[in-house]
Design a binder for this molecule. Structure first.
Ligand SMILES: *Cc1c(COP(=O)(O)O)cnc(C)c1O
Length: 351
């Protein structure tokens, strides 16, 4: 750090994204991207005319995309916020709802960005440990009285809460915002978007990065009560009014017109997930029952870090977290069946 850095930022440990090697020689199963390309309409939307239009700013109100998302989810456009990846929507929500010393609560094993936002904004955090089997006890969150953030399905475990379980948390915290991060909901989770019509304190965050094959386009959105959405817009217009670029806005609308293509991809990924789980279990692995596009697996007597490194040497990237409770595990993104067969072959070699 330079000697000019604000004291408020010194000591900050930033989020560490998964490796993005620039050579394409890896079977890349480490950052939960989709193995399938965006739909044809998305590719067609990124045409020369749109390229030429880049001289103009993007629509700061994202009118067309908000309208399309509202139709897709059965809400009104003023119930929709769109952002530069869901990380940005989460960032703004932490800033809007957990600063002022109010604090945030989330699990000990969950998305690694939540503690970083708390660090950045000096938000007091309450870390709520998951049970020994990594399931979340909804009762731990009843009547907490502070901003609650839950990834559902959770990362990196892949375990999910039912909508009823989430509703209990939202209902018993009427004076706090409950943020449900549904980055993986399209792979078998139960979405809480329908609850946003009943509960003004519920904010549901989703992304185009996983199920819609657009991680590189950076597009996320939040759905909730119009007053919550206005709060996020206030933060956006105070930082970066053109937060979503023109090409991404176009691509986002085009993707919604081809929902069945993405549903088909999610089906394939869920089938490949079941296949990979079975094969790993045959090899003696413990695999948590996943509702996401990744699995979380370990094998007794096998060091998780060593497995990660061995796979990397053999050209397969998975994600290992050097964190106490989960050091034995690796998080493995579900790719194509062919990619998973290469992964399984390399695992067999290493055992
Ligand atoms: C991938 C992921 C995100 C971030 O997604 P972007 O939209 O790419 O910023 C948010 N939350 C969780 C739990 C994720 O795994």
């Amino acid at each position: 750090m330079s000697r000019f850095l604000s004291g408020a930022l010194s000591g900050l440990t930033p989020y560490t994204p998964g490796e993005q090697p620039q050579d394409q020689n890896y079977v890349k199963l480490n950052t939960n991207e989709s193995p399938y390309p965006p739909s044809p309409g998305v590719l067609a939307a990124l045409n020369e005319r749109e390229g030429a239009a880049l001289r103009l700013y993007s629509d700061p109100t994202a009118r067309e995309l908000k309208a399309a998302l509202a139709r897709r989810y059965g809400v009104e456009p003023d119930n929709v916020y769109v952002g530069n990846g869901s990380d940005e929507a989460l960032n703004f929500a932490f800033l809007a709802y957990a600063t002022d010393g109010r604090g945030a609560a989330f699990a000990d094993i969950t998305y690694g960005f939540y503690p970083v936002f708390c660090d950045l904004y000096h938000i007091p955090t309450r870390i709520v440990p998951l049970r020994a089997d990594f399931t979340l006890d909804p009762g731990d969150y009843h009547g907490l009285g502070r901003t609650i953030v839950i990834a559902n399905p959770n990362a990196p475990t892949g375990l999910a809460l039912s909508r009823d379980q989430v509703e209990g948390i939202v209902r018993t915290n009427p004076d706090s915002v409950v943020i449900i991060d549904e980055a993986y909901v399209d792979f078998g989770g139960e979405s809480c978007v329908p609850l946003t019509r009943t509960y003004p304190n519920l904010l549901v965050v989703q992304t185009y990065s996983k199920s819609r094959s657009m991680a590189g386009a950076r597009l996320g959105y939040a759905i909730g009560d119009a007053a919550l959405i206005r709060d996020l817009e206030t933060v956006k217009f105070s930082t970066n009014p053109y937060n979503v670029n023109r090409l991404t806005l176009r691509a986002g609308v085009a993707a919604l017109a081809e929902q069945s293509y993405y549903d088909g991809n999610c089906e394939k990924i869920m089938e490949t997930r079941a296949y990979t789980t079975r094969e790993l279990e045959k090899l003696g692995f413990t695999v948590l029952p996943s509702r996401a596009n990744f699995i979380f697996a370990k094998k007794d007597g096998v060091d998780g870090g060593a497995l990660y490194r061995g796979l990397k040497e053999r050209g397969v990237l998975v994600r290992h977290f050097d964190k106490e409770r989960i050091r034995d595990y690796n998080r493995i993104t579900i790719g194509t069946r062919e990619q998973m067969d290469i992964f399984l072959e390399k695992v067999k070699e290493l055992l």
